[in-house]
Design a protein around this ligand. Structure first.
Ligand SMILES: NC(=O)c1ccc[n+]([C@@H]2O[C@H](COP(=O)([O-])OP(=O)(O)OC[C@H]3O[C@@H](n4cnc5c(N)ncnc54)[C@H](OP(=O)(O)O)[C@@H]3O)[C@@H](O)[C@H]2O)c1
Length: 297
């Protein structure tokens, strides 16, 4: 059962590009009250152009998910204008690349500050508004990286796995108050997360690192994979729109067939076999130097 006529007040984080931008523009064109937030107004042009192109209106507000004052100010502004928030889309995030030994603790903590604590920071300030009205949906953008580990992206994996665990627990806690918590777990979509917004650890390019040849391999492997990826990121905006409309939406939502297959195989296969498949898929073309460092006896 869908309630298609309902227009909602929807707050979205990270709307300067990618899924956030497309979702904000799509939902605004459908007549929802969209509070599109971003942490850098210098990047607002792309969103405003897309909103104008599709027709619709948004409120554009500043919000950095790691800056609690900015969240408080924005939520207060929304409270003053609308009095409530129906839907929160926790979308802001980035992916840190680098092998564990090449990452320092601060880099990993920063990854968590955005992808995990950032979600909690915003969610914590939105829940009371939803609880008062006994309704609301919190949609957390996780990732296929929250379902399956991969080399070189352990920090990103860990932040999204943490988000998965948090979301599952929060879902039970908020059910008492009529608030639904949902997860979206996309595979790879070609957005700025892999280009302008890509982040690698400081030691990722360190030629002295024992991981250096594997890092170089991974960098080009990821680039080739992403360049070759033709899925439309609008699929995520459509999925979010459908989850907002749905009366009883599923908790876990995997939009793409690749990730659906991966999740199925991970459940079905013994982990040793599953991880061997992943290892072979990623590293089949890796040629390591004939160096003693890589000879396993
Ligand atoms: N694309 C994929 O293949 C994929 C797959 C699975 C999951 N995801 C997830 O989808 C979400 C959106 O990613 P995307 O692909 O749309 O990438 P994107 O185009 O790089 O967009 C990321 C957005 O997050 C914002 N952001 C980063 N740190 C922030 C902070 N501290 N406060 C507020 N905003 C912040 C960025 O703002 P700035 O422009 O200011 O940096 C940008 O607006 C992320 O959570 C990502 O992990 C993406």
């Amino acid at each position: 059962m869908e309630n298609t006529s309902q227009k909602n007040v929807i707050l979205i984080t990270g709307c300067s590009s990618g899924f956030g931008l497309l979702t904000a523009a799509r939902l605004a064109a459908k007549g929802h009250k969209v509070i599109a937030t971003m942490r850098d107004f210098n990047k607002r042009a792309a969103l405003l152009e897309e909103v104008e192109r599709r027709g619709g209106e948004i409120d554009l507000l500043f919000l950095d998910v790691t800056d609690k004052d900015s969240i408080k100010k924005t939520i207060e502004e929304v409270g003053d204008k609308y009095g409530y928030i129906d839907v929160l889309v926790n979308n802001a995030g980035y992916g840190l690349g680098g092998f564990f030994e090449d990452l320092d603790e601060n880099e990993i903590r920063e990854q968590f500050e955005t992808n995990f604590f950032g979600v909690q920071n915003v969610t914590r300030m939105v829940i009371p508004m939803m609880r008062q009205r006994k309704r609301g949906k919190i949609i957390n953008i996780s990732s296929s990286a929250g379902l399956s580990g991969s080399p070189c992206f352990g920090a990103y994996n860990a932040s999204k796995w943490a988000l998965e665990g948090f979301s599952e627990s929060l879902r039970y806690e908020l059910k008492f108050f009529g608030i639904d918590v949902l997860l979206i777990e996309p595979g790879t979509y070609r957005t700025k997360i892999f280009y302008e917004n890509a982040r690698y650890g400081r030691n990722f390019y360190n030629e002295g690192s024992p991981y250096h040849p594997i890092s170089r391999f991974m960098e080009s492997r990821v680039k080739d994979y992403v360049d070759d990826c033709h899925k439309d990121p609008e699929e995520i905006a459509i999925l979010i729109e459908n989850l907002i409309k749905a009366k009883n939406p599923r908790f876990r939502n995997i939009p793409d067939i690749e990730t659906q297959t991966q999740a199925f195989l991970r459940k079905l296969l013994p982990f040793n076999i599953y991880s061997m498949l992943i290892h072979k898929t990623i590293f089949s073309r890796l040629k390591l130097p004939e160096d003693e460092a890589y000879q396993i006896k």
